[in-house]
Design a protein around this ligand. Structure first.
Ligand code: ATP
Ligand code: MG
Ligand code: ZN
Length: 559
């Protein structure tokens, strides 16, 4: 006898052997028992979970010699023929390859004739969503007035692509992915009767890699037998499962959570040593973190994540360790790596650098909230000082500083009068054009940021400075004595011009700047101090790790 693949050999022959779809099989059995069989059904669900199998069993049960019966006998001619696919009353049409109107027309012609042997003519249309619109319309006519002996079973992996006019005429059954336990259960059964030996871990590796599809699990087992013979070990199972297993992805994430750089590099090394495809690994990581993001953001992630329920649960657990910002950051880094991995000569390096960046990431949330807080504080300081003057001019009161958005961080705001004390004494004036010193204080962080993006060194020089006063559109920036060098560097015409341009751009008003060294300058907390420190730290860490991994020296290009 010729060799039959496990997936076919082990195809269930009655309802009770269909695993994990009891909600479907019970209903179908009851429909038969109560003589309430509908004319059209739609079986939707992922691939390899038993849709076609169940459709055939249903057809067998309906046309069984002793039927319609709750379970087919499996031994009568009709049952045998249906199970072999040679019964003339059970017509299987593959929607993917027969997309056209002609097939549906042929079907409509053919459907009129009574069944040859059984009581019903059963049309199983697989991948029904692939039919053309014209074919759907023709089908719809048949569905509106089907002959009494006709039963349609539409199977689809994409129910949302089936027109609602069709859906509304069908009883719909949603097939589920099988659980890891259901899969290992059946694999054990096969292993036993095929007289194989398999390590428990291998069983689970296969079951997990199958992602809920029994057919995939059976095919993997088949492959493993060809690969290892009758004794199957865990290592071979991992190798056969091709892409990295989900365990690796969960593991990787765990290391990102724990900021375990050494661990993650070891993991990456293991993946590469295992001969896995690097671009594919990076893609899997992107998908994994995308799934974590969805698990975090959605109340019903099931429809959006193409994974078994248990795994979605595990994703949701991991999701708790991240903020949305951090996840977006991680995805940005990984997608960057996706790009560079494709272009790099050594694919390993961008992957490792990404892994390092992910484990040495800043705590982005708290940084954002610190920035927010400080900006708010600065606004308050600025507006606080300007207030009396503003009122005198009959101007509207400056807006109250909005509440910081991030409530979860634990940086406490300094008490009100402390904030006042921190504010240096300045003259507050409103320029003839309505440009206020207050406004400049408000946009000061923006100015620093703008300059930071244009020329980092300039921002570093400007950072210790502070707006002192505004007079005739000339802003005086004060520096303490120790920053005289900074002040002088900024005074070169090119630099001054750059600051003026940036500031004028932000204020939409021409402003010139003047630098001045003052005796005592109370230091405001600078947003950019933090930002810069944070950035230097990061660069530093990445460079350090890169050196650790790749060896070599730092060479700073002189430009
Ligand atoms: N629920 C299940 N219980 C037991 N075995 C199953 C189940 N689902 C699938 N199988 C196994 O997988 C094989 C393929 O199943 P089937 O053809 O029914 O899947 P399907 O859902 O129609 O997939 P596709 O969408 O790819 O057509 C079966 O022959 C059987 O061995
Ligand atoms: Mg099928
Ligand atoms: Zn039978």
């Amino acid at each position: 006898m010729s060799y039959i693949v496990f997936a076919r050999k082990w195809r269930p022959k009655d309802f009770d052997s269909v695993l994990g779809q009891e909600h479907v099989t019970t209903t179908l059995k009851n429909a038969i028992a109560q003589n309430r069989v509908a004319h059209a059904y739609i079986f939707s669900g992922p691939r390899g979970v038993g849709k076609t199998t169940t459709a055939r069993i249903f057809a067998m049960a309906l046309n069984c010699k002793s039927g319609p019966a709750k379970e087919p006998c499996g031994t009568c001619d009709s049952c045998k023929e249906i199970s072999n696919g040679t019964n003339l009353d059970v017509i299987e049409i593959d929607g993917a390859s027969n997309r056209g109107i002609d097939e549906v027309r042929a079907l409509r012609e053919n459907i009129k004739f009574a069944p040859t042997r059984g009581k019903y003519k059963v049309y199983i249309i697989d991948e029904v969503h692939m039919l053309t619109e014209e074919a759907f319309n023709a089908l719809l006519k048949t569905l509106e007035e089907p002959p009494a002996h006709a039963i349609f079973i539409f199977a689809t992996t994409r129910p949302y692509k089936v027109p609602s006019t069709i859906l509304s005429r069908c009883q719909r059954f949603d097939f589920k992915r099988l659980t890891v336990n259901e899969i290992t259960g059946k694999l054990r059964e096969i292993v036993k009767s095929e007289k194989l030996e398999i390590e428990e871990e291998a069983l689970y590796t296969i079951a997990r890699a199958a992602e809920g599809a029994m057919r995939d699990a059976e095919s993997m087992l088949d492959q493993l037998v060809s690969f290892c013979g009758k004794k199957i070990d865990a290592e071979s199972a991992t190798a056969i499962s091709g892409t990295v297993g989900h365990e690796v992805l969960f593991d990787f994430t765990e290391k990102v959570i724990n900021k375990d750089t050494a661990g993650i590099l070891k993991l990456v090394d293991g993946v590469i040593a295992g001969g896995k495809d690097i671009p594919q690994f990076v893609n899997s990581l992107v998908v994994h973190f995308r799934n974590i993001l969805i698990a975090r953001a959605s109340d019903e992630p099931e429809g959006l994540i193409d994974l078994p329920q248990e795994m979605i649960g595990r994703l949701a657990v991991q999701a708790k360790s991240f903020s949305n910002e951090t996840l977006l950051y991680i995805l940005t880094v990984l997608m960057g790596a996706q790009d560079s991995v494709r272009r790099a000569i050594s694919q390993r390096i961008p992957l490792e650098l990404a892994a390092i960046r992910l484990t040495r990431r800043d705590d982005l949330v708290s940084l954002t909230s610190i920035l927010d807080r400080i900006e708010q504080l600065e606004k308050k300081l600025g507006s606080g000082a300007a207030k009396p003057f503003d009122s005198a001019q009959g101007k509207p009161e400056p807006k109250a500083a909005p509440q910081p958005q991030h409530k979860d961080e634990n940086i406490s705001e300094p008490p009100k009068d402390a904030a006042k004390k921190e504010h240096f004494d300045v003259e507050v004036e409103i320029d003839a054009s309505g440009l206020s010193f207050e406004r400049i204080c408000e946009v000061w962080p923006n100015l620093l940021r703008e300059i930071l993006s244009k020329r980092m060194s300039l921002a570093l020089f400007l950072q210790p400075g502070q707006p002192l006063k505004l007079e005739d559109s000339v802003l005086t920036i004060g520096f303490s004595k120790e920053h005289t060098f900074h002040k002088e560097a900024l005074e070169t015409s090119g630099n001054r011009k750059l600051i003026e341009t940036a500031l004028s751009g932000i204020l939409k008003h021409d402003v010139r700047v003047d630098m001045k060294v003052v005796e005592a300058l109370e230091k405001k907390v600078s947003v950019e101090d933090l930002l810069l420190e944070e950035r230097q730290e990061e660069t530093h860490e990445v460079v350090k790790s890169a050196l650790e991994i790749f060896g070599g020296n730092i060479r700073i290009p002189l430009k």
